[in-house]
Design a protein around this ligand. Sequence first.
Ligand SMILES: O=C(O)Cn1ncc2ncnc(NCCc3cnc(NC(=O)Nc4cccc(Cl)c4)s3)c21
Length: 274
Amino acid sequence: SAAAQDRSWRLDDFDIGRPLGKGKFGNVYLAREKASAYIVALKVLYKAQLCKGNVEHQLRREIEIQSHLRHPHILRLFGYFHDANRVFLILEYAARGELYKELHRQPGSRFPEARSATYIASLAHALAYCHAKSVIHRDLKPENLLLGLRGELKIADFGWSVHSPANRRHTLCGTPDYLPPEMLSGQEHDHTLDLWSLGVLMYEFLCGAPPFEAEELTDTYRRIRQVQVTYPPHLSDDAVDLIRRLLVKEGKQRLPLSGVLRHPWIVKHAGPTL
Ligand SMILES: O=C(O)Cn1ncc2ncnc(NCCc3cnc(NC(=O)Nc4cccc(Cl)c4)s3)c21
């Protein structure tokens, strides 16, 4: 509610529960707002770490961007507050946790086609909503996808999101597996960046590993630049067709989200949830 933004929150407004996850800049805890008994996730970020990582402006941008986003497949950021040495994000609680843990629990670490299509359709709806507001996420990967109480997908962590078009200001940290060629060469990028990452995620949901994964980082970079993908035999022709239309070097040539939602592979498998 808007009230969540106006009133200033404090740590003793909450009962703190079990840790939900551990992060580079701080941990996430289950928490209950005392007055309403509302359950949230509370992410604790240490200012010293944020300062050392030179990411304070990214956090401010995330808070600004997230405070205007309202979508069933985007994890809500209800508000934030800080004390002497910590910043706290008050987040929607995703009861079924991290999607990548669910992915690796599966046989072969991959989802069946119908489940993958439902997740891709949810992502396409959420991204269409973001792009309509000129917001690109830029960091779509299984670690940033959470599952709600009924297993519904929630995009989380807009720590790398920006208004498009944009240029990368920061050196990349973390895996390059989900980044398009234009991000590797520091070129200007736009919302079509997220279309590439959607293709990488679709491949990983269906195959159990991202398409450009390699032992050496340099090999991953080369395979991304050359769009070097091999398709395992168990993939349906429709699935291969949709991935091929997203993993295209030229951003403008990638299938737009409207085309993704109309694609036969999505309509066939995720039809009822569209
Ligand atoms: O995922 C888990 O570990 C466990 N988990 N399990 C359930 C659950 N329900 C809700 N949230 C969870 N986790 C927090 C998800 C985030 C959302 N938004 C973020 N933003 C952020 O970290 N920003 C940020 C950080 C450091 C620097 C900068 Cl610049 C920006 S993290 C949950």
